[in-house]
Design a protein around this ligand. Structure first.
Ligand code: G3P
Length: 227
């Protein structure tokens, strides 16, 4: 039975790390499911496109694509089609991650396609202004992630709290339906506590879990602190 997407949310982006690809993505998904069931905290995964189906089939955690294109079914060679992502078992998608940035018009077009097929959308933003523009497009989530902190283990929630609070305030002003998250350097339960205290409803992270010696220990620490 698929677990419900809810907040507080721990969304783990598997990126293109070899440590979280193929069967290793499945192993991480099973760990995420175990921790989520043990703590009652929602943990979702965003595997590479090629791993979406195997991850969605092997665990009950909500699965996100890392991106979708604005193509419609037909002649979109090489593109990532929203309907294919749904068929693969995903319930949502990231858009505009700093490693897969989009122009505003392209972001809007991809977001429209995602909504057309019922995908939840988490738009990634690199600062307060982009968060405000993204909120106007009415995604489900916005995750603010200062690019310079990504992959550093230096948590945005503890080192740049003003970026997070500014984004939370801007989202509240532009579109209070959007759920704010934050990411970049999030690696411990304390980082999650700090993120929640700043007004977000969860975190988006990658290397703190994908490159951890003991991913279960890290996820358990984060989930326990998110309660
Ligand atoms: O999508 C989340 C990611 O960009 C954050 O990276 O490795 O700092 O958790 P990381």
């Amino acid at each position: 039975m698929k677990m419900e997407l809810m907040t507080p949310l721990i969304l783990v982006n598997l990126k293109t790390y070899t440590e979280s690809m193929g069967e290793k993505a499945v192993t991480l998904a099973k760990i995420a499911e175990e921790v989520s069931k043990e703590t009652g905290i929602c943990i979702a995964l965003a595997p590479q496109f090629s791993d979406l189906h195997r991850v969605a089939c092997s665990s009950d955690v909500p699965v996100f694509a890392q991106h979708i294109d604005s193509v419609t079914p037909g002649r979109g060679t090489g593109a990532i089609l929203a309907e294919a992502v749904i068929e693969a078992g995903a319930i949502g998608t990231l858009l505009n991650h700093s490693e897969r940035q989009l122009k505003l018009a392209d972001l809007e077009a991809s977001l429209v396609r995602a909504k057309a097929v019922g995908l939840k959308v988490c738009v990634c933003s690199n600062n307060q202004a982009v968060s405000g523009a993204a909120a106007a497009l009415d995604p489900d989530f916005i995750a603010v992630e200062p690019p310079e902190l990504i992959g550093t283990g230096i948590p945005v929630s503890q080192t740049q709290p003003e970026v997070v609070t500014a984004t939370v305030k801007t989202i509240q002003k532009v579109n209070s339906k959007v759920i704010p998250l934050c990411g970049a350097g999030i690696s411990t339960g304390e980082d999650v506590v700090a993120a929640l205290k700043l007004g977000t409803h969860g975190v988006l992270l990658a290397s703190g879990v994908t490159k951890a010696k003991d991913p279960k220990k890290v996820l358990l620490d984060m989930a326990i602190h998110a309660k």
